[in-house]
Design a protein around this ligand. Structure first.
Ligand code: GLY
Length: 375
């Protein structure tokens, strides 16, 4: 039976509305929560996951489904960003179609951001769109990527350039699973938590700065609060700008233009996790905003200090040899480039981001150089 002690955040999108159910042990309710979403056909779901998550949590998840008489066809993929590719999209679709699915078949994305994005995209494509459920297992996925319906794969041309908006029917965020992450991965995920404060709520930024280290160390109550408050922000933004047309949702990309370039140059590897790239990118976005006369040096400095105090990287000291030219070339491929000008999410103050501004190339270069890039 689902526990009544859960926190639920609703993403209100009229006929595409759905709940994000948050709490320790939600995974054990997967069967009871998924069953009402299933069609009339066989009680079976297609589950996309990775080897790490399967090793840790698949047996428990399957038991939760079995308790409701639901079977799972598991598609277990290698972990890592390289899996978000044409090759694995094709593999997931082939295995899904070979299972003779129909429009009532439900897919479950059980893993971190890579699995959520890939499986969500496969669900958008199979039979022109089947329903899916997100069960995010990382902090990053619980606070950001599992909510809002952005699905994608990476291509040689860049990250997330091929994808679809396809909202899930349900998100189950089991905060107990966060205890199985390394502290480094919780810290990197926390960058996406504090991001909401930096973009739109100064007081949440202060909460993150004060409580971040304890949450990152594994304090379950603080992690659950961080997930809930982040999901409230994400839901509010997605409700107002689902398809990223007004500029509001684009604010969630604070630090991501710089961050994606850093990830691309470091090969989307363990050398630099996505959240670490975002932390450096957010410091750069504040620095750029300061150089453009938009935010005070004091505020930019406070943010850098706060992220450093949470143990996040704030410059390129640990990434020697990255060049301004290579990073700028990656930024030029970013989805936010319009008519050849580099556009960034910028800030007026902590908690007040805005999108769509052009940034002079010499100032972007100066930001990169001061952070440690060569050239
Ligand atoms: N992760 C940014 C967005 O969902 O819009």
């Amino acid at each position: 039976m689902p526990s009544s002690s859960r926190q639920t955040v609703t993403v209100d999108l009229s006929d595409r509305s759905y709940d994000i159910v948050i709490g320790d042990g939600v995974l054990d309710e997967a069967g009871a929560r998924v069953a009402p979403l299933m069609g009339k056909g066989p009680r079976r779901v297609i589950t996309v996951t990775d080897e790490n998550v399967a090793g840790l949590h698949l047996a428990r998840y399957r038991a939760a489904l079995a308790a409701e008489g639901i079977e799972s066809l598991d598609i277990i993929l290698p972990p890592g960003e390289q899996t978000k590719s044409w090759q694995y999209l094709e593999l997931v679709l082939e295995k899904t179609l070979a299972a003779r699915i129909d429009r009532g078949t439900l897919m479950v994305a059980f893993g971190g951001g890579v699995i959520g994005d890939l499986a969500g995209f496969a669900a958008a494509l199979a039979l022109r769109g089947i329903d899916y459920v997100q069960i995010p297992t990382t902090l990053l996925a619980q606070v950001d990527s599992s909510v809002g319906g952005k699905t994608a794969i990476d291509t040689p041309q860049g990250k997330n350039l091929v994808g679809a908006f396809h909202q899930p029917k349900l998100v189950l965020a089991d905060t107990g699973l966060l205890a199985t992450l390394s502290e480094r991965h919780r810290r990197a995920g926390f960058a996406e938590v504090i991001k909401y404060g930096l973009i739109r709520e100064h007081c949440f930024y202060e909460w993150c700065a004060a409580n971040g280290n304890a949450a990152i160390a594994g304090d379950a109550a603080l992690l659950a609060e961080a997930v809930r408050r982040s999901c409230e922000h994400k839901a509010d933004v997605v409700q107002q700008d689902e398809f990223e047309t007004t500029g509001l949702r684009a604010l969630l990309n604070l630090g991501h233009t710089f961050g994606h370039a850093l990830e691309a140059e470091t090969g989307y590897s363990e050398r630099l996790l996505h959240g670490e790239a975002v932390a450096i990118g957010m410091v750069m976005a504040f620095d750029l905003s300061h150089r453009m006369g938009l935010v005070s040096g004091q505020s930019a400095g406070r943010v850098k200090q706060a992220l450093a105090s949470l143990g996040m990287p704030v410059d390129l000291a640990a990434l020697p040899g990255l060049t301004v030219d290579a990073l700028t070339a990656h930024m030029a491929k970013d989805k936010k480039v319009k008519a050849g000008t580099l556009r960034f999410v910028l800030v007026r103050e902590i908690g007040e981001a805005f999108a769509g501004s052009e940034a002079p190339a010499d100032l972007v270069g100066a930001v990169l150089r001061d952070a440690g890039a060569v050239g």
